[in-house]
Design a protein around this ligand. Structure first.
Ligand code: ATP
Ligand code: MG
Ligand code: MG
Length: 497
C-alpha cells in the first residue's frame, strides 16, 4: 500500500505545510489514510492529521469529506449539536514519493466508543453514561440533518470519539511517562550489570499496561483500519487523576542510580517492580478501571463527538445506496427502498442498545440456506414486529427476500418474536422500569418505516433523557417525525440545477 497512489510513507519528525506541522506519533489508520498526532508550530498546540492516499478516487472522496466538514464549520455554532461534531481545522496538499496527498487537520480526540465498550468488558456502560452519550449524539444528528442537510450514514461506536479535556496536558503526561520508562530501563540495566536480575516481564514494554501501547484489536475493524488512540479519562474532574503520588518517588529512585549511588540489591528488584506496576497502572488516570454505575458521582460527565464524515452525503445528493455498516443498517437500506436522514436514527438505536448491553442489537450471519440479509430481516421482525408495508412495496429487493404475500420470508420459516422490553429484562436483567423506559425510547428509533421514525430533535427531549445533565436544549416537542427536514427525512430529493 506504500506505493504510488497509496499511503504516504510518513515518519516521526516529518514536517508539513512549510514546517508548520511536525509529526509526533501515529494515532490510527483506515482504508483511506493514516492519522497522526502532530504539533502545530504556528498555534503551539497538538492536532490530529489525516494523510490521505494519493490515488485519484481517494482524493475525490477526501474532497467531498472536506466539503461536508466545511459545511459543519460554517453552520450555526449556537446550535447545541455543533460542539458534538469533529472540527476540521486546516487542509492542504503534501507532495511525497507516492504522489500528492490531501492532508486534513483536526482537533485531537481520544478513544472511540468501541474501546469504551471493551473497557466495560462487553457488559454495558452505566445507564447514566448512555443517557449522556445519547443526548449528545441526538443533538449532533439534529444539527447535521436540519442545519447542515447532511446524513452521516455510518453511525457506529468506532466513529464516536471521546473528547479529551486537555490535550496538551495529556501529551505532556505521555511524554513524562515515556521519560520515566527510559529512566527505569536505565535503572534495570544498571541492576543487571551489578548482577541483579530485574524481572523481565515487568520491564517488557509490550506486556506492560501502558495506556497508549495497549493493543485494541477490533472485533470488526477490517484489516485496513486500526488505531492507537489517545486515551481519555472518564471523569469530568480529571485533573485530580493526573497527580500521581508515586511520580516523585520514581524520579528520586531513578535519579539515585543516575547519580551513581549504589542500590541495595536485595530490595531493588521488588522496588522496581512495585514502582513500575504502580506508576503505570494504579496511579494512571488513563488505564484505571472505568467507574461502575454505583461509583458515579453527580458531576461525572463524558463528552463525545461524532467523527469520520468520510461516508456522509447530502440530503439532496446521495453518493451511493450502499450505506451503513452491517449491524447498524436500517431495513429500508437492506430492502433497497428510499432512505434519508432517518436512516441515521436507526443506527443510533442500534448503537445505544450496544452501549447498554455490550452486545450488538442485530448481528446477522449467513447460513447454508439463507443470506445475511435474510437473517437480518428475520432478526428485525423478531424484535420489533412486521416490517412496514410501505417500505416493502417500495423496496427493489423485497421480492428476493419475501414471498409475494410480502409478509413471510422466503428462506427463514420459524420466527421467534422476542420484543425488546423482554430481551432487556430476561437476557440483560434490567429492572422492569428500566426495561420499559429503554424499550420505549429505543422503540422510537427502531420504527421500520423511515418516514415515521422519530427525529433527533424530538428524541433529544424524550423523558428518558431528562436527568442526563445539561448539554443544551432544542425547542421541539418529543415525538416529531422529521417534519422540519421535509422529504429528505426519508428519501433523496434532487435539487433542480
Ligand atoms: P475508514 O476506513 O474508517 O474510512 P479513514 O481512512 O477514513 O478510515 P478515519 O476513520 O477518519 O480514517 O481515521 C482512522 C483512525 O484514526 C480512527 O479510527 C481513529 O482511531 C483515528 N483518528 C481519526 N481522527 C482522529 C482524531 N481527530 N483524533 C484522534 N484520533 C483520530
Ligand atoms: Mg472510520
Ligand atoms: Mg473514512
Amino acid at each position: 500500500d506504500y506505493v504510488p497512489g497509496g499511503y504516504h510513507p510518513a515518519y516521526l519528525g516529518e514536517t508539513y505545510k512549510d514546517g508548520r506541522y511536525v509529526l509526533v506519533r501515529k494515532l490510527g489508520w483506515g482504508h483511506f489514510s493514516t492519522v497522526w498526532l502532530a504539533k502545530d508550530i504556528q498555534e503551539n498546540r497538538h492536532v490530529a492529521m489525516k494523510v490521505v492516499r494519493s490515488a485519484k478516487s481517494y482524493r475525490e472522496t477526501a474532497i467531498d469529506e472536506i466539503k461536508l466538514l466545511s459545511k459543519i464549520n460554517h453552520t450555526d455554532p449556537q446550535h447545541p449539536g455543533h460542539r458534538h461534531l469533529i472540527k476540521l481545522l486546516d487542509y492542504f496538499d503534501h507532495q511525497g514519493p507516492n504522489g500528492t496527498h490531501i492532508c486534513m487537520v483536526f482537533e485531537v480526540l481520544g478513544e472511540n466508543l468501541l474501546s469504551l465498550i471493551r473497557r466495560y468488558k462487553h457488559k454495558g456502560l452505566p445507564i447514566k453514561f448512555v443517557k449522556q452519550i445519547a443526548k449528545q449524539i441526538l443533538l449532533a444528528s439534529d444539527f447535521l440533518h436540519r442545519q447542515c442537510g447532511i446524513i452521516h450514514t455510518d453511525i457506529k461506536p468506532e466513529n464516536i470519539l471521546l473528547e479529551i479535556e486537555d490535550v496538551e496536558k495529556l501529551v505532556k503526561y505521555l511524554e513524562d511517562s515515556q521519560r520515566e520508562r527510559k529512566l527505569l530501563r536505565r535503572v534495570s540495566s544498571k541492576l543487571k550489570a551489578s548482577g541483579v536480575e530485574a524481572s523481565s516481564s515487568s520491564l517488557d514494554e509490550e506486556k506492560r499496561q501502558i495506556p497508549f501501547r495497549k493493543s485494541r484489536h477490533s472485533r470488526r475493524q477490517t484489516l485496513v483500519t486500526g488505531s492507537q488512540p489517545l486515551p481519555s479519562p472518564l471523569r469530568s474532574k480529571s485533573s485530580s487523576f493526573f497527580v500521581s503520588p508515586l511520580k516523585s518517588s520514581i524520579s528520586t529512585f531513578a535519579g539515585r542510580t543516575a547519580g551513581n549511588v549504589p542500590i541495595r540489591s536485595e530490595t531493588s528488584q521488588q522496588d522496581l517492580q512495585f514502582l513500575l506496576d504502580k506508576s503505570f497502572k494504579d496511579s494512571d488516570p488513563y488505564s484505571a478501571e472505568p467507574p461502575r454505575e454505583d461509583e458515579l458521582e453527580d458531576d461525572d460527565l463524558i463528552t463525545v463527538k461524532i467523527a469520520d464524515l468520510g461516508n456522509a452525503c447530502w440530503v439532496h445528493r446521495h453518493f451511493t445506496d450502499d450505506i451503513q455498516t452491517r449491524q447498524y443498517r436500517a431495513p429500508e437500506v437492506i430492502l433497497g427502498a428510499n432512505w434519508g436522514c432517518s436512516s441515521d436514527i436507526w443506527s443510533v438505536g442500534c448503537l445505544l442498545f450496544e452501549l447498554l448491553t455490550g452486545d450488538y442489537l442485530f448481528d446477522p450471519t449467513e447460513g447454508p440456506t439463507f443470506s445475511k440479509n435474510d437473517d437480518h430481516l428475520a432478526q428485525i421482525i423478531e424484535l420489533v414486529g412486521p416490517i412496514s408495508h410501505r417500505v416493502l412495496e417500495e423496496g427493489f429487493n423485497t421480492k428476493r427476500y419475501f414471498h409475494s404475500d410480502m409478509k413471510t420470508l422466503r428462506q427463514i420459516k420459524n420466527l421467534k418474536p422476542w420484543p425488546l422490553e423482554s430481551v432487556l429484562m430476561e437476557k440483560y436483567k434490567f429492572s422492569e422500569t428500566d426495561s420499559r423506559e429503554i424499550s420505549d425510547f429505543l422503540g422510537c428509533m427502531l420504527i421500520t418505516d423511515p418516514k415515521f421514525r422519530m427525529d433527533a430533535a424530538g428524541l433529544s427531549n424524550h423523558f428518558w433523557l431528562n436527568d442526563c445533565g445539561s448539554f443544551g436544549y432544542i425547542d421541539r416537542e418529543p415525538g416529531t417525525r422529521g417534519e422540519d427536514v421535509g422529504a429528505g427525512w426519508y428519501r433523496e430529493v434532487r435539487k433542480h440545477h
